[in-house]
Design a protein around this ligand. Sequence first.
Ligand code: BV8
Ligand code: ZN
Length: 266
Amino acid sequence: MTRIWHFDPTPGAVNLLPDAVLERVRPAQRAVVFGGAGMSAESGIATFRDALSGALWSRFDAERLATPEAFLRDPALVWGWYEWRRMQALKAQPNPAHRAVVELAQRLPGLCVITQNVDDLHERAGSREVLHLHGSLHQARCFDCAAAHPLETMPDEPDGGRRLPPPRCAHCGGLVRPGVVWFGEMLLAEVLDVAFEASGACDLFLSIGTSGLVHPAAQLPALARRQGATLLHVNPQKPQGVADEDYCLLGPAGAILPLLLQQAWG
Ligand code: BV8
Ligand code: ZN
């Protein structure tokens, strides 16, 4: 039976994390943080499935829009969506969960931070060497020749988003695309290899704010568990693929991760 602990959001509530969790976090020698869109939720960035807000996109299914086929079918629709999301990310600030990951790296040297997110909030909070499994909103490249394309610092995007024709590549005239990994596209082998290696060698695997639905990223927790790591899931709800021996800390990452640091190291 998965060990479940519920965060009590009541003002003034005393939230004491289970000793069994603290006793596994403190001595960890090779820890991994594996984050999903929930890590950035308290920064006001909609999780992937909520990102289709506004009249323009609400009728689309994110997984259908985040594909090369959708981009080629309607470049302005898809590029407009990503520029709106990039603006949301630029306007957002790191939240206590991102800052707790920076502090965790000071407590657990060698911490490996793996994210499925495409924002840069871990980096802006101070994390170094973040592994971006699914790329970044803040990089763009040519769809045809893959030449990097510089992005203006703050796109002036209307709140509801808009259709926006993508720029053309300065080298070959091809369409410029977001520097993210779309559904149906392979993840960057070098990034994925490091993520698999870290998950296969860790003693503590902290899965933060991910529904555990997207593959191959979703294989990392199972890999860590198979080789004997302790798994901690931080999420308001129990994600996919949780095993009986795991620990589930149910609540927002922005509240639970600072608690973990305070109670594990005072
Ligand atoms: C590939 C970039 C080879 C784009 C993204 C095996 C089995 C089944 C399917 C597949 C499989 N292998 C491949 C597939 C197909 C597909 C896939 O996994 N489909 C799924 C949906 C079934 N995978 C691929 O296509 C991958 N490529 O495998 O290549 C190949 C090629 C062809 C055919 C087969 C194989 C590429 C996947 C990468 C897709 N790109 N992002 C963009 O962002 O636009 S993934 C995208 O979705 C985001 O990166 C995000 O991380 C992810 C999930 O979306 P969300 O639900 O928003 O986020 P998350 O899952 O993290 O859930 C949010 C969680 O936060 C929730 O649990 C919520 O409770 C929690 N939360 C909310 N608030 C808080 C919180 N937690 C803590 N605190 C809070 N405050
Ligand atoms: Zn080009």
